[in-house]
Design a protein around this ligand. Structure first.
Ligand code: BYC
Length: 319
């Protein structure tokens, strides 16, 4: 008979060989729960992240920009759905996850608790927020849980388009009037620091990093990913001709990295704990959308039940 120790040894060997754990495989409870927590949080972020962007669909400056923004917001819904499907392979239902989010028992990314005040914010989200998400998600393509890793491959392809559309909006503003350049600078001033916070607390303060790296759920730590993001983004800011709102930002010749100032962790934790600028509004809106959509879920379920009934009675007739 196979013992728990054998199962654990097989799990350790799979992780050690850098192969994927699949839904049918035995896994420790902690591994399963960490994945449910992280994948659900990621899925919720995609869905809540639709709100600040959708805020500008009706006010996009041209028909083409509007069509692109609609496509982007739809992509975010799709990302949420792939991720909820990945979470379901771990034995939780989508309804349970929605309920946990609505009751404030699961988180979503801090970044989506900031308001989008101008059209330039849509560009800044694409450039900085999607840019930060890509750095994190390229790493997650190599995560040890198969369904999560595979979802990331497709999501990363779509995120690259998102980052480019953001940069394209900002390039247009950078080439525009003084007023447009001021709008661009204002957006970067407001989105820069929250984008750095997306990577989570410093490694020394991070609850899960050490274990998640042992399990190869995370492959690179929060601080290392944040540094990668800053190094890739500063030259892009120079190209745009925009200032990064950090007086301590400087290039360190010895390490070859752009070193940056201190993050306001009080602001981060207040936001994570539900007291950011838009937390209440985001969740209230999400709950309302869920309640308003109840009839659609009921109709879809009734159709599925009826169809299942018809199929089984047809197969009985055929028999
Ligand atoms: N916001 O031990 P740590 C997108 C929490 S959406 C809120 O380092 P971990 C897009 C953390 O959960 C892309 N909470 O945690 C969509 C933990 O609390 P709990 C979103 C945060 O999990 C629409 C505690 O702090 N991407 O691109 O090892 C439009 C300690 O942290 C945050 C993802 O979701 C935060 N920023 O590492 C546009 C990526 N940071 O759970 C764009 C997937 C930390 O113990 N997630 N916390 O109560 C991850 O990679 C990891 O979960 C994190 C955190 C790096 C975020």
């Amino acid at each position: 008979m196979t013992s728990n120790a054998d199962f654990q040894a097989a799990f350790d060997a799979t992780i050690g060989a850098d192969e994927k754990i699949e839904p049918r495989d035995w896994m420790p409870d902690g591994y399963r729960n960490t994945l449910i927590r992280q994948i659900a949080q990621h899925a919720h972020s995609e869905i809540i992240g639709m709100q600040p962007e959708a805020n500008w669909i009706t006010r996009a400056p041209t028909l083409q920009r509007k069509a692109i923004l609609i496509a982007k917001v739809q992509d975010e819904a799709g990302h949420g759905l792939y991720l909820y499907s990945a979470a379901e392979t771990l034995g939780v239902s989508r309804d349970e996850l929605q309920d946990l989010l609505h009751r404030g028992k699961q988180k979503y990314s801090s970044i989506f608790n900031y308001p989008t005040l101008s059209w330039a914010d849509i560009g800044a989200i694409g450039w900085l927020v999607d840019g930060a998400a890509i750095v994190n998600q390229i790493m997650l393509q190599g995560t040890s849980y198969g369904p999560y890793a595979r979802a990331m491959v497709r999501i990363c392809k779509e995120e690259s388009f998102h980052a480019r559309q953001g940069y394209s909006i900002l390039m247009r503003l950078a080439e525009g009037t003084e007023e447009q350049r001021a709008m661009l600078q204002d957006a970067v001033n407001r989105w820069w620091w929250p984008s750095l916070m997306m990577f989570g607390p410093h490694d020394s303060e991070s609850t899960h990093t050490e274990q998640s790296m042992e399990w190869r759920i995370k492959r690179i730590s929060n601080d290392d990913l944040r540094q990668m993001f800053v190094d890739q983004t500063v030259p892009q800011a120079h190209y745009l001709g925009v200032e990064i709102p950090d007086p301590d930002l400087h290039f360190d010749e010895d390490s070859g990295h752009w070193r940056f100032g201190d993050i306001d962790w009080d602001e981060f934790w207040a936001t994570v704990k539900g007291n950011g600028r838009m937390n209440r509004e985001r969740i209230a809106h999400k709950r309302k959308a869920w309640e308003d959509g109840a009839w659609v879920r009921e109709a879809a379920q009734a159709y599925a039940d009826k169809h299942a009934g018809r199929t089984s009675s047809m197969s009985e007739e055929a028999a």
